[in-house]
Design a protein around this ligand. Sequence first.
Ligand code: XMP
Length: 435
Amino acid sequence: MKQDLILILDLGSKDNSRLARAVRALGVYSEIHAHDITAAELASLHNVKGIILNGGDNNKVDGQTIRAGEHIFEFGVPVMAIDYDAPSPYGVDRMPGDDDDALLVMLKSFVFDVCGAEANWNTKNFVSDQIELIKRQVGDKRVLLALSGGVDSSVVAALLVKAIGSRLQCVHVNHGLMRKNESEEVVEVFRNQLGANLVYVDATDRFLDRLAGVADPETKRKIIGEEFIRVFEEEAQKFTDIEFLAQGTIYPDIVESGTKTSKTVKSHHNVGGLPENLGFKLIEPLKFLFKDEVRAVGRELGLPDSMVYRQPFPGPGLGVRCLGVITRERLAAVRESDAILREEFELAGLSGRVWQYFTLIPDVTSTGVKDGGRVDEWPVIIRAVNTVDAMTAAVPSLDWGLLQKITNRILDKVPGVNRVLFDLSPKPPATIEWE
Ligand code: XMP
C-alpha cells in the first residue's frame, strides 16, 4: 500500500468534510470514520499515521455524549482532538472558524511533525492502493455493477476492470430516457475499448409502456425507480456465481444521507436506488472521495473527458424533462434539442464554465406557421445554471448570438417544435429541473 492515512473520527462535527479536504490539501490521504469504530476495524486499515478526534455540536447520540474508546488511544499512533471536551493525552484544539489557512497551519504540524506522515496522496497512488484492496477483497469471486454511464459508476467500472478484469460483470440498463448517444458511448468505452463484460439491456419499451398516461412527476419518478430495480434484479438473477455488488457511492452521498451523528439532509439513492437486500456484499471504492477527486481518478484511469466531466443528470433522465405525460415524439424532440444545445455550448467553450444545461419540453402547444400553414407545436425551453451545491442556482448571462444560433438550429432540425424559450429564473424560487 502506497499511501499514508490520517484517520478522522466523527465525534459530532459538522466540519468532517472540511477537515478531510484540508488534510488532503497537505497531500496526505484522509478518511472519515464513525466514532464507534472497533479495534478490529481500526486494525484492518493500512498505514494509519495519526487519528483526529473531531468533536463538535452534535457530540451526542440519543442523549449520550460520545466518547472515543480506549482502544483509539492504545492504537499506537498520535491522537489529536478538535472541539472535543474530553481530555485527550494530546490536548484539545479548536477548529479555526472559516480560516482555512489557520486550519492548514494547525494540521501541518500534527500531520508531518507529530505523525511523520508523508505527502503521498495522489490519484496514481490511490488507484494502485484501491486495485490492491479490491483484489484482496474479491479474491477469485465475481462482482456485479449497474453501469449507468454517470461519472461515479463509470469510474468504479474502470477501476474494477483494472483490478479484476473479466470477473467484473457490468449491466447497463437503457430506460429509454437517456440523452442522445449516451448508451452507445457506454457500450463503446466499456465493452469495445476497455474490454469489460457488459450486458446491455434495452428496456425502452418496458419503461415507456409503464409510464404511458402518467402525468404526475413524483409518480413518474417512482415508476422509473421501481422499474429500474426490477430490470436489474431480473438481470442479476441470470448470474448465479456473483458475490459482490459494486456501487458508485461517493462521500457526499454518505454525508447527505446522514452520518451516525448528523441528521439526514435527504435520503440518497445510489445508482438506480438499488436496495441493499439484493443479497450481495457491497464494494464501494469511491466512498471516501469528493466529486472533483472522483473525476481526477477517472482521468487517471483513462476515461474520456466526455464521461469524466459529464454534468449531473437526474436518475429519471429525460423522463422529468418531457413534462407531464411522456410521449415518444416529445421524448425524441427533447433528446434532439438537448444534443444541439450541448454541441453548441461545447463549441462556444461553455461546457466547463456552465454547471448544468439542458432542454425540456412542456406539455402545451402554441400556434405557429410553417410552410404557409397554421401549426400547433411544442416549445423547447433552454435551462442553464451555475451553482456550487445545487441548493441555490443562478442563470449565467449568455451571448445573444449563441442563443439565436441554438434557437435556429432547433427550429430547423427538431420536428414538432415551433418556439424556443430561455428560462431566466434563479433557484429559489425555481428549481433547476422543471419537474
Ligand atoms: P432541483 O431540480 O431540485 O435539482 O433544483 C437539483 C439537482 O438535482 C438533480 N435532480 C435529480 N437527480 N434524481 C437525481 O438523481 C432526481 O430525481 C433528480 N431531480 C433533480 C438536478 O438535475 C440538479 O442537478
